[in-house]
Design a protein around this ligand. Structure first.
Ligand code: SF4
Ligand code: SF4
Length: 382
């Protein structure tokens, strides 16, 4: 099963010897205010954090629990501040200009998640200025996967991996004793220029070899749900209520699945005022929380877990999401698989929707038939 993905050709394709990767990273470290990369943390976990030396960078790592997308949409941020003086209107101040960051070693699923967030916050009628300024200050250096990082990965089902086809400024693909280095955007060019003594143009044979490796990688991913077919079922409302009741009964409403999901974009805002200085704070929220949809009147349109589970799955898998953002609301990073103690992660939900839903291929009532048909193009591997 494949979901169509935008495929931008790189501006340039280069080669870096694996022996030179630490030198390459040292050159990049000085090129922004902050260099963020995968780093070993406590208990051998890997987390994206600031590093100051190439030796700190972990090049062989499983996805971090918190995605590097959190540098684009932080868990908590002030969207503006204000000074409160008695008897006067508050004086509102914009937040300081964001400092520049290089996000190094971002896996293709997280690159796709950041592209999704870009479309969500910047692609509509209103652009989110705070997001836009923060995003503008980020340069993304992707590190492609040539095989799954663990059994939870299912990026191939939503066509977000194993290599990024767009959304990166530079991308490194590990091959035998070299990295294939793709310059994806003009923003990536200065980095390639900085390291020009370590880079050489790649020949066509190496590019073809990389495509062969990608093909070989596909069967290594444990496919855990046919996402395009699940989208068809969800879009046509072809799922029985009992499915959502069963899933709702299992769900603890802990919100973990959406809080670790790099695609989930829901947020809440609140005021924080101390000593006459206030801030409007934006922080991540989860549609699994009972209070998420609670209205000021006390009415809650999604007061039980079954309704919230349906809403979550529908938003991830319906054709509307695909039509608006060019992909399902999932990039196959596998994080929800790792955190959901009820074992009702999105791949499992997609699988159950596929098994429990009924075919709507001929249903004329589905408003998303064209979109889901496009998403199913290439289907048949599952
Ligand atoms: S699906 Fe799992 S992780 Fe998500 S809210 Fe329910 S119990 Fe928590
Ligand atoms: S739904 Fe799960 S697998 Fe999909 S992007 Fe979110 S956390 Fe990753």
């Amino acid at each position: 099963m494949q979901v169509e993905q935008e495929h931008n050709r790189p501006l340039r394709t280069l080669v870096l010897r694996k022996d030179d990767i630490r030198k390459f990273i040292e050159l990049l470290i000085g090129a922004a205010d902050h260099f963020i990369a995968p780093r070993r943390a406590l208990h051998d976990d890997v987390a994206f954090a600031e590093v100051h030396s190439a030796d700190e960078v972990e090049l062989d790592y499983e996805n971090s629990l918190i995605s590097p997308a959190s540098y684009v949409l932080p868990q908590r941020e002030a969207v503006f501040t204000y000074a409160m003086t008695e008897g006067q209107a508050p004086e509102v101040k914009a937040t300081p200009e964001p400092e520049s960051h290089i996000l190094f070693g971002v896996r293709p699923c997280d690159v796709a998640a950041i592209e999704y967030l870009d479309r969500f916050f910047l692609g509509g009628e209103f652009a989110d200025d705070v997001y836009a300024r923060r995003r503008e200050a980020k340069t993304i250096v992707a590190l492609a996967c040539i095989e799954p990082q663990n059994e939870a990965c299912w990026c191939t089902c939503s066509n977000a991996g194993p290599v990024a086809r767009s959304g990166y400024d530079l991308q490194l693909t590990p091959m035998d004793d070299v990295y294939l280095v793709e310059v994806g955007t003009e923003r990536g060019e200065p980095l390639a220029h900085l390291a020009h003594e370590l880079l050489e143009p790649a020949d066509e044979k190496l590019v073809e070899e990389r495509e062969r490796l990608i093909k070989e990688a596909y069967p290594k991913f444990e496919r855990r749900g046919n996402i395009a077919q699940a989208m068809r079922w969800m879009s046509g409302d072809q799922t029985p209520e009992e499915l959502w009741e069963e899933l709702g009964a299992k769900c603890f409403s802990c919100g973990s699945c959406s809080l670790v999901c790099p695609v989930c974009s829901c947020f809440d805002t609140h005021e924080y005022v101390e000593d006459g200085v206030g801030a409007r704070i934006r922080c991540w929220d989860s549609c699994h929380f009972p209070g998420y949809s609670l209205e000021a009147s006390g009415f809650n349109p999604r007061e039980n877990e079954a309704e919230r589970m349906y809403h979550y799955a529908h938003h991830k898998l319906c054709g509307d999401t695909f039509a608006k953002y060019g992909r399902p609301g999932c990039v196959g990073c596998g994080r929800c698989v790792q955190v959901c103690s009820a074992q009702i992660d999105l791949p499992r939900i997609a699988q159950m929707v596929r098994e429990e839903g009924w075919s709507c291929k001929d249903c004329k009532a589905c408003p998303h038939a064209d979109v889901t048909a496009a998403a199913e193009k290439g289907d048949g591997e599952d």
